[in-house]
Design a protein around this ligand. Structure first.
Ligand code: SAH
Length: 230
């Protein structure tokens, strides 16, 4: 299928976004806009049913999260992804959400992806280069790095928004430290049973945590453990 030149992929991507809205997964106009702009099919291998609302294997015991989870996290972070703001995507995998963040914060902002599998970082950069976020990667307001995301990415801290795409047994302290006062982190926490935690750093530096929904993510772990299949 000629995905972009024919427009078929873009139409299916739009249908997927409309369905998520109809099902009540999200209501934000900004989230709809960015998800329509970033074609999900560009972030998975050819032949993968990109628009089906389910996580899909991307190799290395990793998955691309389901569209409804991407939409949920984008909406939870929307106020912290305004133009000029800074966003960190830990466990950036395919690069899909990093690209969405970069478009939302724009060229005056910054979007940083951190992923510990070098092959996934290389492929995510290729995906982003084909997507609507390509100019931001070129200009340098979007970057993706090979590193242990449990340490965050101090170079561009503090962040208005932090997203973690893998489940941590507990919230890594460096990520709390790298959150700006007024900033928000969305992070799945737990082992077998996980909750999507919303961590708000108050202006006085204290932290409020609430649990949004039960979720199932791959673990935030060491590269070795992941490559051994956990
Ligand atoms: N948001 C991504 C999710 C990918 S799955 C997407 O939808 O494409 C979670 C990712 O976290 C995997 O790619 C995995 O390799 C990565 N990961 C797990 N532990 C990590 C760690 N300690 N540091 C960096 N990345 C990690």
């Amino acid at each position: 299928m000629e995905r972009n030149s024919s427009g078929i992929g873009i139409n299916k991507n739009k249908q997927m976004v409309e369905q998520l809205q109809q099902y009540g997964v999200f209501s934000s106009k900004k989230v709809a806009e960015v998800m329509e702009t970033v074609d999900r099919a560009l972030f998975v291998a050819d032949g993968t049913p990109a628009y089906v609302d389910s996580p899909m294997a991307i190799g290395y015991s990793a998955t691309i999260s389901a569209p409804h989870m991407h939409a949920t996290c984008l909406q939870l972070l929307e106020q912290n992804l305004q133009p000029g703001m800074r966003a960190l995507d830990v466990g950036s995998g395919t690069g899909y959400l990093t690209a969405c963040f970069a478009i939302m914060v724009g060229s005056q902002g910054r979007a940083v992806g951190v992923e510990h599998i070098p092959e996934l970082v290389s492929s995510s950069i290729k995906h982003i280069e084909k997507s609507a976020a390509a100019p931001l990667l070129k200009e340098g307001s979007l970057s993706v790095h090979v590193a242990d995301g449990r340490e965050g990415w101090p170079e561009h801290a503090p962040y208005d928004a932090i997203h973690v795409g893998a489940a941590a047994p507990e919230i890594p302290q460096p990520l709390i430290d790298q959150l700006k006062p007024g900033g928000r982190m969305v992070i799945p926490v737990g082992k077998m049973f996980q909750d999507l935690n919303v961590v708000d750093k108050n202006l006085d530096g204290s932290v409020s945590i609430r649990s949004e929904i039960s979720v199932r993510y791959v673990p935030l772990t060491s590269r070795d453990a992941q490559l051994k299949g956990y």
